[in-house]
Design a binder for this molecule. Structure first.
Ligand SMILES: [Fe+2]
Length: 166
């Protein structure tokens, strides 16, 4: 497959793994606040990011590309509040969106249409990711302390849904 696109997908799949560990660190900070529902929600966020990486790996392997696993900087482990965790998450997802869009641009410029088609799933997923965090931030701002307890119960019900073959 096109080497430039192969390289760009490798960079992105490694950033998905990095994202997974960003959320795992947040999950463990939330453990210190005894917010079990938020812990559950961020554990699923971790699993989703690993699934995003796996989907890219499967794609590269299907196209005869070569997956390269790289290292990444330490994730942030300390935060001041739930709200800071969520605002950091939203900023992170905006960066992921920016990178996915740049990847679409590269694949388009290289006339790699299968990759452009595959990336559409990620474009849609990023709309959902940004929306999830935006709404959660608004809810946390609304509910204050007593409501946070109720919201925590709601987040405890999130379940991981594996990516289905689209
Ligand atoms: Fe992702």
């Amino acid at each position: 497959m096109n080497k430039k696109v192969e390289q760009a997908i490798n960079t992105q799949l490694n950033f998905e793994i990095e994202s997974a560990f960003v959320y795992m660190a947040m999950k463990n900070y939330l453990e210190t606040l005894s917010l079990d529902g938020f812990v559950n929600w961020f554990d699923i966020q971790f699993q989703e990011e690993m699934a995003h990486a796996q989907k890219f790996m499967n794609y590269l392997n299907d196209r005869g590309g070569r997956v390269e696993i790289l290292g990444f900087p330490n994730p942030r482990n300390e935060f001041a509040s739930v709200l800071e965790v969520l605002e950091t998450s939203l900023a992170h997802e905006k960066e992921v969106t920016r990178r996915i869009h740049a990847l679409v641009k590269t694949a388009t410029e290289e006339n790699d249409y299968p990759t452009v088609a595959m990336l559409q799933w990620y474009v849609n997923e990023q709309v959902e990711e940004e929306n999830n965090f935006t709404r959660l931030i608004e809810k946390v701002k609304l509910v204050k302390d007593a409501g946070l307890y109720m919201l925590d119960k709601e987040l405890a019900t999130r379940v991981f849904v594996p990516i289905t073959a689209a």
